[in-house]
Design a protein around this ligand. Structure first.
Ligand SMILES: *Cc1c(COP(=O)(O)O)cnc(C)c1O
Length: 399
């Protein structure tokens, strides 16, 4: 049933735009900017209903009742009690590294959002950048293994765009070399492998609920981990190290999630399946319309055992075959009021603040992908008609 509807809508998309194309009609710029993403918002009435409860409670933060309800819901969803919530993903990751006592060198990817590396620096850990694999842009396990030194304490991998990493190979390396395996899974909420949430893969995973992610709590972060004992440490670290009113047991920081964030997270959670389904349809429409553009590379479809969250719509632009560079297409989209993003360009190691990091490993794939990558708009309320127009702009660029 689902497949049938999808087929119909794609047929319609192809038919109508190819006709326009033949007539030589130029696409028109969008009247309002089309952003690369927009947050899903629950009905306002649901939020104001929740606000009334917060007003009645007069409890705004510090492990409030709504935060506890939200935590319970996430524990049930993820099938573990080892869940800790934070005011954002970056602080969650910093606290994870600190609480686990990670030090020395950590092997990581240069093809990610800059916060992955920042979290290492805030813990005085040296990032060791290694190359990614060309299919899903995740860490190349062979490169990871080559980069291990006596100072290596962990692997910090990123399921970038929500693409699961080669987790079996990474777990095997971590086991053989006695390293911790940590995932910056900021993009991967809702992704499952063999029916299991992606948080089952390593020693610990961080998720971000920032407004720009497909699942949001305004700002927010979550750690999910294997070792139950870490929960107390994380709870201390996010609340100044307070054990009780008169005892501070470690130099913590302030990284607590507040009640408004928890409320948003709770409400949006009810719509998670709907959000993912809408994004799936948009992805299908893009794939259908872009599959035969010469020089335009779509990510390889994910293996059967992966339930994807459709968080991002990355394409690679090969100038030689497409006749337009990635930056040329980015610029052209801008003229049409489509605000695409070059996630992730430049590579982290090319930012001025990280240029002093010596990179031993060749980053051939990462450099190539970073120079060609462009993320197209995708969010639940993006109309399929607009997807069609966005694809028209691409077709117009190559014809
Ligand atoms: C968004 C993001 C973060 C940071 O999360 P915040 O909640 O915004 O602090 C970290 N890593 C990656 C890969 C991200 O995309």
């Amino acid at each position: 049933m689902r497949d049938f509807r999808q087929y119909q809508s794609s047929e319609f998309l192809i038919g109508s735009s190819e006709e326009k194309w033949k007539k030589g009609m130029k696409p028109k710029p969008f009247e309002k900017p089309v952003y690369v993403t927009r947050p899903f918002l629950p009905p306002l009435s649901e939020f104001t209903e929740g606000l009334k409860e917060i007003w009645d409670n007069r409890w705004l933060t510090n492990n409030g009742p709504i935060l506890r309800r939200f935590t319970r819901q996430l524990c049930d969803y993820l099938g573990t009690e080892n869940v800790c919530l934070f005011n954002n993903g970056t602080l969650a990751l910093q606290i994870a590294l600190q609480g686990m006592g990670i030090s020395g060198e950590v092997i990581t990817t240069p093809f990610t959002f800059v916060a992955t590396t920042h979290a290492l620096y805030w813990n005085k850990i040296r990032p060791v950048f290694v190359d990614i694999e060309p299919e899903y842009y995740t860490l190349d396990p062979q490169r990871v293994e080559e980069a291990i030194t006596p100072w290596t304490s962990a692997i910090l991998a990123v399921p970038v765009y929500g693409h699961p990493c080669n987790h079996e190979a990474l777990a095997d390396i971590a086991r053989r070399h006695n390293l911790r395996l940590i995932y910056d899974a900021a993009h991967a909420f809702g992704v499952k492998v063999n029916g299991q949430p992606i948080s089952q893969m390593g020693d610990l995973s961080m998720f971000s609920f920032h407004a720009t992610k497909l699942y949001q709590s305004i700002e927010g972060g979550m750690l999910v981990f294997k070792e139950a004992g870490l929960k107390t440490t994380f709870d201390y670290l996010k609340n100044f190290g307070f054990q009780n009113q008169v005892e501070v047991v470690m130099p913590g920081t302030n990284a607590k999630m507040n009640e408004m964030q928890a409320l948003m997270g709770l409400l949006v959670f009810e719509y998670l399946d709907e959000i993912i389904e809408k994004r799936r349809k948009i992805t299908e429409a893009y794939r259908e319309r872009l599959q035969n553009v010469p020089g335009l590379l779509l990510p390889k479809p994910l293996p059967e055992n992966v339930e994807y969250n459709y968080g991002y719509m990355p394409i690679q632009v090969s100038e030689k075959e497409m006749g337009i560079s990635r930056d040329g297409l980015f610029q052209k989209f801008k003229e049409y009021n489509v605000l695409t993003r070059r996630y992730f360009y430049p590579l982290i190691c090319d930012y001025s603040c990280f240029r002093n990091v010596h990179v031993n490993s060749p980053l051939t794939v990462a450099r190539d992908v970073s120079s060609k990558i462009l993320c197209l708009p995708i969010y639940d309320t993006l109309a399929l008609d607009d997807v069609e127009k966005i694809c028209d702009i691409i077709h117009d660029s190559v014809s």
